[in-house]
Write a protein that binds this ligand. Sequence first.
Ligand SMILES: Nc1ncnc2c1ncn2[C@@H]1O[C@H](COP(=O)(O)OP(=O)(O)O)[C@@H](O)[C@H]1O
Ligand SMILES: O=P(O)(O)OC[C@H]1O[C@](O)(COP(=O)(O)O)[C@@H](O)[C@@H]1O
Length: 303
Amino acid sequence: MILTVTPNPAVDQTIEMDEEVQADTVQRSTDAQFNSGGNGINVSQFVSALGTETVATGFIGGFTGYFIEQDLVEYDVPTDFVEVDGETRINTTLLTPESEYHINQSGPSADRDAVDELIETLQDHDPSVINIGGSLPPEMDAADVDRIASAGDWDTALDVHGELMIELDGEYEYCKPNREELTAATGIEVETIDDCAEAARQLQERGYERVIASMGGDGAVLVTPEETLYAPPLDVDVVDTIGAGDSMFAAVLWAYEQGWDDERALRAGVATSAQLVSVKGPSVHELDPEATMDEVRVWSMRA
Ligand SMILES: Nc1ncnc2c1ncn2[C@@H]1O[C@H](COP(=O)(O)OP(=O)(O)O)[C@@H](O)[C@H]1O
Ligand SMILES: O=P(O)(O)OC[C@H]1O[C@](O)(COP(=O)(O)O)[C@@H](O)[C@@H]1O
């Protein structure tokens, strides 16, 4: 079972406007919606859409935390969050004709006792894989992440900020940095596929067994202990790329969970993310990588 840990979940509020933002005047939105968010939660939604068992955990609080629990019922995602004081954050995205504005709150604190309670929750579920995704709340640090990863007989998959990736001391089975995270973790400006492979290999040397490094519309590189693979994206009409990386990671973990090899896991990740970017928003109830994964081309790169 793939269990996800979202240390700092969010209610994502998306507001659309048909004009640019101006100071000192009241403006009106044309559309607005709320979704539950945070990388781990997104991964659980995609794992569920792939038809596999999952549980979403992490820290929640207040009415916004309640919203997330209720919203996940809609997606058939069982939850087992640890409650903390304060309100789960609201992250606001403002879409105007010319620009996107993002304001992410810091969220309520999670102290050592809360992390201990979370570890007990994970142990009760006995997952085969845990996915830890997104930023850390106030008071939680890299040592807490190492502690969670080593508290059970599970594989740990990470999708956290690049700066945090290099503060960790534990051994991790999977990570999925995007371009910015690769640069933050290694200092390498990722422009070419070779840059991406080099940055991913450097991360692997720091204790990440398999690195799934994604480059948006330029595809993805998978570095394993044996080889380096590259796959370009599928040629699809892109509606938006919200949740692309989370859908890719969910599918790769899902594929490994089924015993698939590296090449098939990468194909599944590329096919699933292509399906997601072809529809509006990150909310899907069903994903079917097997319908298109044979169209994904995979090259072996020289190590
Ligand atoms: N414009 C695009 N066209 C086709 N596929 C895309 C596009 N953007 C993203 N993808 C797919 O989603 C994967 C993850 O996207 P990326 O933007 O790198 O992740 P993140 O959301 O973590 O930043 C890519 O490797 C690719 O397979
Ligand atoms: O934890 P952070 O870095 O503040 O980011 C949280 C935000 O990232 C998201 O998980 C989206 O992730 P992506 O930017 O990778 O698509 C939102 O749902 C959430 O509001």
